[in-house]
Each structure stands twice: as C-alpha cells, then as structure tokens.
Design a protein around this ligand. Structure first.
Ligand code: PEP
Ligand code: MG
Length: 537
C-alpha cells in the first residue's frame, strides 16, 4: 500500500481501479510493418470502437441538440462502414505494409480532398467529417482518446491535466473519480466534478505504474491510496457508508422550503453545464437553474452550434424544468474554456483577455444566433438571460440594444417568445464599484465569486501554486458582496450568488444576513445548503 497526498477538489470516497491516461499528439508518421494480419486486426478493432463511440454520441446528442443536428454522428459512423474507405485503408496496410495510423490518416486526407472538390454543398461539408472520423480512429490506435479509455467498468481516471472540453466529452457514468497533476479547486474541471458529484483530487504526481491497480480516492483529505491493505479498505468502506447515511438524512429535506427560522425565504437554484445535468437538478429538488453555463454547448465540437441546435438544447432544459426559472448565461468562452474553431489568438493573459461578453460584442452575428435561440426557447418555460464579465454601463446598454433587435426580428418573423428577465454577472471589481448604476439597467445580478476572487486578489484561479493563498473568504470579497447586495436592493434589483462560494456552508448565514435573495450551487450541494438555511435564525 502507498499513500500520495494531493489537494481535494471535491469530497466523497471512490474505490476502484485506476486508468492511467497519457495525452500525446497522435503520431501519423509511416513505418513499415512486418505482421500484416495483426495490423489489419488493430485497424478493425479501432474502427469498431470508433463506430460504437459515434453511436453513443449520436444517442446522447439527440436530447442535447435534436435529431436533425445529431444525424451527423450517424453519418460519421456510416463513413467507417463504407467499402471504399475500408478498402483504401486495408490495401495500404496489405500492399504497402503501412502502419494503421498512417493508412487511416492518409485515407481520410485523400477522400476528404475528393469531397472538397465536389460541386455539391452537402458533399463539400462532409470533407471535414471524413477527416474528423479518421482522426478519431487514429487517436484510438494511439491509445490517446479519453472516451475509449472509459469504455468498460467505471474507473478512477489518473491524468496529468483534464480540460473542460475533454470532460464534457466523457461518459461520466464510467467515471468514479479523477486525479490530476495540474488543476485547482476553482477551475471549470473542478466545477464539473462537483456537478457530476464525484470525488476529485489534484496536485498529485501521477505514476504510470498505477494503471490497473486498485485504489481509493479520499476526496475528504486529498489522499490517493494505491493498493490499500485490508485494514485501510475496511476503514474507507465504513467512511463511505457514513457519507451515504448522511446523504440519506438530507433526502428528507426534499420538498421542504428554503426558509430560515425567522421566515426569510431564499431561492435555492442549481448550476448546470448542459441538458444532461437537469436530471440531477430535479433529483436534488433545486427550485430552478441559477446558472446554465451555455458555453459548454460550444465545447468538444468541431464547429459553432447553430441556432436550431441551441434552441433544442435550451428548450429541452426549460421543458424538463416545468415552469421553474432557468437562467441562461450567454457564451463565456475563453480562458480555460477553449474551442479550436473560434480560432482565438494565443494570449499571454487569457483570463484577462478576449473572452465572454467581449467576444460576443465583437461578433454580433454569433451573439445574436445565441440570443435568438434563447428567446425562442423562452416560449416553452421561464427563462432569464444573464451576461458574463461585465465591466461597464456601456456594455450593458449595448447588450440590451442587441437583445431588443433580436426581439424585433422575432416579432417580424412571427416567432413567439416569453417574458425574459435580463441580468448580469457581477464578477469583476469594476462591476461591483459600478453596481449602483448597473442595477438601474437590469432585473437581477448574480455574483460570480470565482472570477471576482481571481480579479480582486490578482490571482489566477487555475494556478495550483496559488491554491493555498486563494482566499475566498478575504474581507475584500465579502465586502464586495455586501456592497453589491445593498446597491442592487436600492434599485429593485434582486441578487444571487452563482460562484462556488454560494455552496460554502460556513457562509450561508452570513449571506442571509447580508440580504442575499438567491444562491445557485452544484446540484449535489442543494440539500446541504437547504439544511443550513433552515437551521439559520
Ligand atoms: C464565477 O466566475 O464565479 C462563475 C460562476 O462563472 P465561471 O465559474 O463559469 O467563470
Ligand atoms: Mg466567471
């Protein structure tokens, strides 16, 4: 038995086998193979695995983006069944003795350039898909894809670094926990661990030799125990049972109001990243969704989601929420949330760079596509829109102008939409300082304590070396929360907190005393926060 110490980014105890994953650039260079039969088999196994992955992505995508848009994954899996494609790869292996990676990659390139030259827009667009599907097979051949690593029993994933885009694409039902070398408790990957409710630890030097070994991840202490002895295993099983018992007690709070002993009601909402998280929101009895991080719809894909694809996703969320409030935050891409097709330039300080509302205001077409999709979905439930990274009155006025244009265009097209509240995130010190004026412009504020802490303390929230100094309870943060609430209330604007601090049970009473109207937390934190609210005077 060996114990390693890291920093817990989410609580709980996971017991299972470790899957070690090393990320490398896929190697598509040529080398001559000697065993044609086994190379053909390698190709066939990888191809079949890719087909299975695509079929699953297709099924999942139907509820996320609708049947029409999801069909592309079905088309991609059919490409791998195509005779011409397979004959090309097989003949390169058989006749030229090419390795499978080279054969697949080059087949993709050749067929894709043929498609690109066709005089047919549909076929031209498939050029990209054939390249994409070939890259999927190459990655499987290199043992380099996060999806295929999670293809059998649930595992503890050990990996140096996990990006939000990679996490989004994983089959979370196969993930017991993750352990990373890099990361911080305020990164979006950590936030995802909280949303899916699995223990996670960071800051650990990962050893390839752990692969396949039995391990325990103790999210309470940050310990990773490799090959635990019987005594430790029994102790951890007991601990896990205790956590399960506490969980059972919390279940009794379902259906209960979020009301303090003196009768103050707080709205208790949940944060989500996509349609698939709504089940957890309902399961944990949140009263609404206080933050839908819509940028996750843009991650892990090859191109911008269309208006229709977004409309289907938003509509599915509001429909499932059956009239309860859903606050959709407009695109907050940039910093750690990256998608290649945005072609964003590399920046020295991405957290303080071209991101979020700055991108949306610079690219009105992109912004309007999203706003149109949100407004259209508002006809099916209760939607509020919230804008991230605001620093000035002018930005809010511009954003309101654009959303008014979108509504006029919908009116002209006779497309219905609901009554949509408009709010902003207060996550920059500038917004806090301007909050008295900003409050006159919007219906609500939601305080993003993750970014507010990073910008106030001048500390990168992603930097694990600063973790111990990243003081979310710093008086400068608490005072800014109080200032924001007071300024908002002077102008009839309600205020919530949707950053991770909203779930900090040691501050629930403080927030209530400050006058907070709403708290939005990861689904698994809803019932613990409800308990705290109900215990407060
Ligand atoms: C925040 O900054 O507190 C917030 C809720 O937004 P995100 O974590 O997505 O940046
Ligand atoms: Mg933020």
């Amino acid at each position: 038995m060996k114990i390693y110490n890291g920093k817990s980014i989410y609580k709980g105890i996971a017991i299972g086998k470790i899957k070690y994953m090393k990320k490398t650039e896929p190697d598509t260079s040529r080398h001559e193979i000697s065993d044609i039969k086994s190379e053909m088999k390698r190709y066939d196994v990888a191809r079949k695995k890719a087909i299975l992955q695509l079929k699953k992505i297709y099924r999942d995508a139907i509820s996320e983006i609708g049947e029409d848009a999801a069909a592309i994954f079905d088309v991609q899996s059919m490409m791998l069944e195509d005779d011409d494609y397979n004959e090309s790869v097989q003949s390169m292996i058989e006749e030229n003795k090419d390795n499978a990676e080279f054969a697949v990659f080059n087949t993709g390139e050749i067929i894709s350039s043929t498609f690109a030259e066709m005089d047919d827009d549909y076929m031209k667009a498939r050029a990209y898909d054939i390249k994409d599907v070939s890259l999927r097979v190459v990655n499987i051949l290199c043992g380099n894809d996060s999806e295929s690593i999670l293809d059998d029993e649930p595992v503890i994933l050990a990996i140096d670094e996990l990006t939000p885009a990679e996490t989004v694409q994983m089959d979370k039902s196969k993930l017991l926990s993750f352990v990373t070398k890099y990361g911080s408790s305020n990164s979006h990957t950590a936030i995802l661990a909280r949303t899916i409710n699995i223990p996670a630890v960071t800051g650990v030097i990962i050893d390839q030799a752990w692969n396949g070994k039995m391990a325990i991840v103790n999210g309470e202490t940050g310990e990773i125990i490799i090959e635990p002895d019987e005594k430790t295993m029994n102790k951890m099983l007991k601990k896990r049972k205790k956590i399960e018992e506490e969980f059972e007690i919390l279940q009794k709070l379902k259906g209960m109001p979020n009301r303090t002993k003196s009768g103050k009601e707080i709205n208790l909402y949940a944060n989500i990243g996509g349609v698939e998280d709504v089940e957890k929101v309902l399961e944990n009895d949140a009263n609404g969704i206080g933050l839908f991080r819509s940028e996750f719809l843009y991650l892990g894909r090859n191109d911008y989601p269309t208006e229709e694809q977004q409309f289907v996703a938003y509509k599915n969320v509001v429909r499932k929420m059956k009239g309860k409030k859903v606050i959709i935050r407009t695109l907050d891409i940039g910093a750690d949330k990256k998608a290649d097709y945005f072609n964003l330039e590399k920046e020295d300080n991405p957290a303080m760079g071209f991101r979020a509302i700055r991108i949306c205001l610079a690219c009105p077409k992109l912004f309007k596509t999203q706003l149109r999709a949100i407004y259209r979905a508002s006809a099916y439930g209760t939607i509020s829109i919230m804008y991230p990274m605001i620093i000035s009155l002018q930005e809010v006025q511009k954003v309101k102008e654009i959303s008014a244009e979108v509504r006029s265009e919908l009116n002209l097209d006779n497309i219905p939409y609901g009554d949509v509240e408009q709010g902003i995130m207060i996550e920059t010190p500038a917004a806090v300082i301007m909050s008295d004026e900003l409050a006159c412009e919007v219906d609500f504020f939601s305080i993003g304590t993750n970014d507010l802490t990073q910008y106030t303390l001048a500390m990168d929230r992603q930097n694990c070396r600063l973790e111990s100094m990243f003081d979310t309870h710093h008086p400068a943060i608490l005072r800014q929360i109080k200032t924001t609430i007071d300024n908002a209330h002077k102008h009839n604007c309600w205020v919530g907190i949707c950053g991770e601090l909203a779930a900090d049970l040691s501050l629930t009473k403080t927030f209530i005393d400050m006058g907070i109207d709403e708290l939005s937390v990861s689904p698994s934190s809803v019932l613990p926060v409800r308990q705290k609210i109900r215990e407060a005077e």
